[in-house]
Design a protein around this ligand. Structure first.
Ligand SMILES: Cc1cc2nc3c(=O)[nH]c(=O)nc-3n(C[C@H](O)[C@H](O)[C@H](O)COP(=O)(O)OP(=O)(O)OC[C@H]3O[C@@H](n4cnc5c(N)ncnc54)[C@H](O)[C@@H]3O)c2cc1C
Length: 402
């Protein structure tokens, strides 16, 4: 608790958005307070060390691509270029009817060929993933391959998700590996960025209230109170709705209306000789209790293997181990497990209109910023880009010349 100090900027939420924002404003010389409710940073970035050694695995976000320019800028600003580890290629597989098979077995080439001509007349904007890809590749290709694959990417049923907010084409920086992580996992990047100069970090700091003052904002946590000139909320939309409700009622209404989907990540880490399943990058599931399994086989290790199941919210956690045993053909239960719960927004086709209304409300809010994965898309790059741009706006508002 710090009664007298007034921070230049306070950031609520220590996930990728909050940390990128904090790091960017701090780099411009502003004094930043970063508050995270959990005892660890990361949010949807959830790196674990199952054996309490250097071997790491990811329960949440796992891959940085060479097209992630804002994330690459963060890596460079943290001087972590030397810690980049390229992912090795490994096959993508499909799990359907209790069997793992090649993805190619689930393609209908003739239907796909004839539908593909629709690419010239079909625009993504305004269409759901189901509508767009059924037109582009055919209904059977959508049902058997594209629907499970896109649901795997966003850890939720993709059918009613907006097609233009799912996968984006971005320019690749060919000086970086196509896909990669950081030594120690993605959590290592966020920990380094959050512990930089000019950032005062508090974990176990659950923000329970915010209040507008003449010169800025007061923030309350269960154990302290803080004052700041500018405030950024980088939490899930649901939490932001509760926090802004006493200050900006119309904004709170919009945030409250944002749909979200829960998912459960269940990681099994085991000795490399314990599974009969050959190395794979992803297993995409069709009609199963999980949407996908993301393995760590892209970073092969002589001693261990590790795989994270992304279970659907209506699946029963009591069967997580049994599912892992069956799918990965694990011989005995000599493995380490870890579970994490996530919440991701569901951005439907009405999201653009929702966003327009939210932006109208945000223009009226001075010294206040909203960040997160419910603006331009769910990917880490979407989050980092918004956080970076908003941080520059906050720096300019503090009379920093950029
Ligand atoms: C399983 C999974 C896999 C993914 N894989 C990828 C991938 O490989 N590549 C990719 O680009 N994207 C991936 N994503 C998407 C991406 O990771 C997320 O969209 C992004 O990390 C979200 O970051 P954020 O900071 O906006 O939100 P969050 O990560 O949700 O962070 C919000 C933070 O706010 C904190 N908080 C909440 N309430 C309070 C409060 N009252 N007080 C203080 N703190 C609070 C939370 O504890 C949390 O740390 C994945 C997402 C998931 C769930």
């Amino acid at each position: 608790m710090n009664d007298s100090k007034i921070y230049d900027v306070a950031v609520v939420g220590g996930g990728l958005s909050g940390i990128t924002f904090a790091h960017t404003v701090a780099k411009h010389g502003l004094e930043v307070l970063l508050l995270e409710k959990r005892d660890v940073l990361g949010g949807c970035v959830h790196t674990i060390n199952p054996y309490k050694d250097n071997y790491f695995a990811e329960l949440g976000a796992h891959t940085i691509y060479s097209s992630y320019a804002a994330i690459i800028r963060l890596i460079n600003a943290c001087k972590l270029q030397g810690e980049i580890i390229p992912y090795k290629s490994a096959p993508y597989k499909m799990y359907a009817n209790g069997h793992i098979s090649s993805m190619f077995r689930h393609i209908y080439p003739i239907e796909g060929f004839f539908s593909l001509f629709n690419i010239f007349t079909t625009k993504k904007r305004g269409l759901t993933v189901a509508e767009y890809y059924s037109k582009l590749l055919g209904k059977r290709n959508f049902a058997d391959l594209i629907h499970p694959a896109t649901s795997a990417v966003i850890c939720q049923n993709s059918a009613t998700f907006a097609a233009d907010l799912l996968l984006k084409i971005r320019k690749k920086d060919k000086t970086y590996p196509r896909s990669f992580t950081i030594n120690g996992g993605l959590g290592a990047l966020l920990n380094t960025a959050a512990n930089g100069k000019n950032i005062e970090l508090h974990t176990n700091a659950d923000v329970v209230g915010i209040e507008k003052t003449t010169n800025g904002w007061d923030i309350k946590t269960a154990s302290g109170a803080y004052s700041t000139k500018q405030l950024a909320l980088a939490t899930e939309g649901r939490v932001a709705a509760e926090l802004v409700a006493p200050v900006y009622q119309d904004m709170a209404k919009l945030l409250k209306a944002l749909p979200s989907r829960a998912s459960r990540a269940f990681n099994v880490s085991f000795a490399a000789n314990k599974s009969n399943v050959k190395h794979f990058a992803y297993i995409i599931a069709k009609n199963a209790s999980f949407t996908a399994i993301v393995s760590r086989d892209m970073l092969p290790d002589v001693q261990y293997r590790s795989a994270t199941f992304h279970f659907k919210p209506d699946s029963n956690p009591a069967y997580d181990r049994q599912t892992a045993d069956e799918v990965l053909e694990l011989k005995d239960r000599d493995y380490v497990t870890n579970t994490a719960h996530f919440e991701l927004p569901h951005l439907g086709v009405s999201h653009h209109e929702w966003r327009r209304q939210l932006d109208t409300e945000l223009v009226k809010a001075h010294g206040f910023y909203l960040l997160g994965n419910y603006f331009d898309g769910l990917s880490m790059e979407d989050c980092a880009l918004r956080a970076e741009n908003e941080a520059l706006r906050a720096a300019r508002a503090a009379n920093i010349h950029i």
